[in-house]
Design a protein around this ligand. Structure first.
Ligand SMILES: Cc1ncc(COP(=O)(O)O)c(C=O)c1O
Length: 367
């Protein structure tokens, strides 16, 4: 009954946990991939106003001109980039989908750094492209040697994600330049998912388009920064020739991004989110400080995840033991070809984090 391509995908390991939570009474949920603050009041009010004032029709496929203009100003001001083209998508996920569809034919290879955000793998599989993993264990930094080793005649795209979900690593200027230089030398395109660009704690965020302006598709969004993953607003920026085709495909699939939400987002640029980012920076210290004496883990630099090594056994086994104690974490194999680690999200209040981590430490002691 189903198309053959559907056999290439399975429910995401993270979703499975999400389903489990629905049946638990009071879980300590540290598996969450969304910020725990609400949408800024002013942004909510603008979206509500948009609904009440009748902005409930389709927007043009590219999205509200006013929102696009504000985004251009942000990208130029923050990263010094002036993309040829830019449009609003149904979340960053919509942008990744359109990028894959526009760039990858069946059999084409896309380099994906492992551990990875689940979508990169499954979407490649479903369209018949081949994800080639570039191992980044144990420090989760991209290595030139490993990238070069993974490139073949069929490689077409390097998928970059910084800060990284699930490891929290944020690539340095040197790492971005190294990846861009390899892409240039091998005539590859880059899709750069920078959805966590505001969550970078130790130095400014590095935007790939700065290093490879002509052949990078930048994917970004509002979901994480403004606590609005349910609003489904993201964006893509990049070369006119490619984005034009992606826009046409958007016309025939998503049509446009959520119209009132786009109006809300146009108000978001002037809102100061730094108190929230500061809060996450503190939580990073709390979580890393608590886990480090008991787990092998790399200090996260961005996003809101940490990816410690399990003390013994597999990520799945450890996550199962944690769930039995009401702590929800994501097993490593939901976002990696290996199952040696687990992902913990610190998008949760301090008290919950402390309680959850204490339980994980107890489990680690028992092995
Ligand atoms: C790395 C990464 N990219 C993209 C997305 C999807 O973002 P959106 O909600 O804007 O579609 C997520 C969400 O978890 C993510 O972690």
């Amino acid at each position: 009954m189903l198309a053959k391509r559907m056999s290439k995908i399975e429910a995401s390991g993270i979703r499975k946990i999400f389903d489990l939570v629905q049946h638990m009474k009071d879980p300590i949920d540290l598996s969450i991939g969304q910020a725990d603050f609400d949408v800024p009041k002013r942004v909510k009010e603008a979206a509500v106003r948009a609904i009440n004032e009748g902005h409930n029709r389709y927007t043009i496929t590219q999205g509200l001109p006013e929102l696009r203009e504000k985004l251009r100003i942000k990208l130029k001001g923050q990263y010094g980039i002036e993309p040829e083209s830019l449009f609003i998508t149904a979340g960053a996920a919509g942008g990744i989908f359109l990028s894959y569809m526009a760039l990858l034919d069946p059999g084409d290879e896309i380099l994906v750094f492992d551990p990875y955000f689940v979508m990169y793998k499954h979407l490649a599989n479903v369209i018949g492209a081949v994800p080639k993993y570039v191992d980044t264990y144990p420090d989760f930094r991209p290595s030139k040697e490993r990238i070069l080793k993974a490139i073949t005649k069929k490689t077409k795209v390097i998928m970059v994600n910084s800060p990284v979900n699930p490891t929290g690593i944020a690539y340095t200027a040197e790492e971005m330049r190294m990846i861009a230089d390899i892409a240039e030398a091998h005539k590859l395109l880059i899709i750069s998912d920078e959805i966590y660009d505001h969550f970078v704690y130790d130095r400014p965020h590095e935007c790939m388009m700065k290093y490879y302006p002509k052949k990078t598709i930048l994917v970004g969004g509002f979901s994480k920064t403004y606590g609005m993953p349910g609003w489904r607003i993201g964006y893509v920026a990049g070369p006119q020739e490619i984005l034009h085709k992606m826009e046409t495909l958007q016309q025939f699939t998503f049509v446009c991004a959520n119209a009132p939400a786009q109006r809300g987002c146009a108000e978001a640029f002037d809102v100061d989110m730094s108190p929230h980012i500061e809060e996450f920076r503190k939580r990073r210290e709390l979580v890393y400080g608590m886990l480090k004496p008991h787990f092998d883990c790399v200090r996260p630099e961005g996003a809101f995840y940490i990816f410690p090594r399990v003390p013994g056994g597999t990520g799945q086994e450890f996550s199962k033991r944690a769930i039995e104690k009401d702590v929800l974490i994501v097993p490593g194999n939901a976002c990696s070809d290996s199952d040696t680690h687990f992902r913990l999200s610190y998008a949760a209040p301090d008290a919950k984090l402390r309680r959850g981590i204490e339980i994980l430490i107890e489990l680690a002691k028992k092995k």
